[in-house]
Design a protein around this ligand. Structure first.
Ligand code: HEC
Ligand code: HEC
Ligand code: HEC
Ligand code: HEC
Length: 209
């Protein structure tokens, strides 16, 4: 096909599929992976990379955390990296649009990525870009962003989920008090010190050295 015809063909296909796609499907935000955030949020990215959340996929490999697995009546020598029973809490966006499929096809959705705590990013990241210092919480929330510091479900849906094999029935160490976690640890960001915290409008963030 000549180049020009090819181009027209592509444009036609594109507008056709855009028109026939149901509204809801086209509008729902999808997962973009950490590479959709890291260029703008370098400190958070570097910090997250070192965090236990980023490395949580490794826990599913055979031989890791043997004692804890035995105590939870799991097989310490089994490979759980493809198990439906585990992936929704140890990867990013499992079974959701743009989310984890498998190690080879979606290497940047391994582990608990940014979007597991901030929501699937395809839409709100555009707002961060277009109005960096003036977006409101309402508008980013409408675009799918969630706030773990004000919405308990963000952390609790993993940490207080009865489907988790590591839970307080096995050992008290798995008890999860959200208030304490948010106050006393820097488990989500070592550098976390947002002045915008809890207020309707975002303000510039200070980072601890
Ligand atoms: C084009 C640059 C850019 C991209 C891409 C981007 N952000 Fe942002 N983001 C910003 C800016 C600028 C701010 C406002 C200043 C700040 O809080 O650091 C911000 C703020 C935030 C905040 C704080 C919001 C608040 O109300 O306090 C979070 C959380 C956040 N971004 C997460 C993400 C995540 C997760 C992604 C990837 C899905 C992402 N951002 C992609 C630029 C970006
Ligand atoms: C509903 C969410 C959820 C599911 C499903 C889930 N996990 Fe987890 N997992 C968690 C949470 C939350 C923790 C952290 C618990 C803590 O430290 O308080 C965790 C921790 C772990 C740990 C570390 C425990 C320790 O004490 O070192 C291992 C190993 C683990 N999970 C393996 C698995 C395996 C294997 C599966 C599937 C059979 C699985 N998880 C399914 C949420 C889940
Ligand atoms: C385990 C949950 C968790 C993960 C994973 C996570 N964050 Fe956050 N992050 C939070 C919470 C909670 C806050 C406080 C604001 C809120 O409630 O959303 C926050 C705040 C922020 C802020 C506001 C500025 C600051 O540093 O205080 C930015 C920007 C941000 N996160 C970006 C990211 C990026 C980029 C990633 C991935 C590289 C990421 N986060 C991964 C939980 C998380
Ligand atoms: C997608 C599931 C998931 C979400 C969402 C999640 N966590 Fe976790 N979290 C885990 C798993 C799995 C581990 C176990 C990591 C390990 O043992 O190595 C963990 C470990 C932790 C730890 C202990 C490790 C550390 O770094 O000190 C804390 C504290 C924690 N999470 C707090 C939070 C908070 C606060 C939020 C919400 C802002 C949150 N988590 C959201 C799954 C999750």
């Amino acid at each position: 096909m000549p180049k020009r015809a090819q181009m027209i063909f592509i444009v036609l296909i594109f507008s056709f599929s855009a028109r026939t796609m149901p509204e809801t499907e086209r509008d729902d935000p999808v997962f973009v992976g950490y590479e959709g955030c890291q260029m703008c949020h370098r400190d958070e990215f570097a910090d997250w990379r070192r965090s236990k959340h980023a490395k949580a996929f490794e826990l599913l490999r055979p031989g890791n955390r043997k004692v804890a697995k035995k105590r939870a009546q799991l097989d310490p020598d089994k490979d759980y990296t493809t198990s439906n029973k585990c992936l929704k809490c140890h990867t990013t966006g499992y079974r959701e649009s743009g989310g984890f499929i498998n190690i080879d096809d979606t290497p940047t959705r391994i582990g608990i990525g940014c979007e597991m705590c901030h929501g699937p990013g395809s839409d709100y990241r555009k707002i961060h870009k277009s109005k960096p210092l003036s977006f409101s919480r309402d508008e980013v929330m409408t675009a799918g962003q969630v706030y773990g510091s004000t919405d308990p479900e963000v952390c609790n849906r993993c940490h207080k989920n009865k489907d988790a094999p590591m839970n307080p029935r096995i050992d008290k160490e798995y008890e999860f008090n959200l208030e304490e976690r948010l106050k006393n640890t820097r488990s989500f960001h070592k550098y976390y010190k947002s002045k915008g915290h809890g207020t309707p409008n975002v303000q510039i963030t200070e980072h601890l050295e």
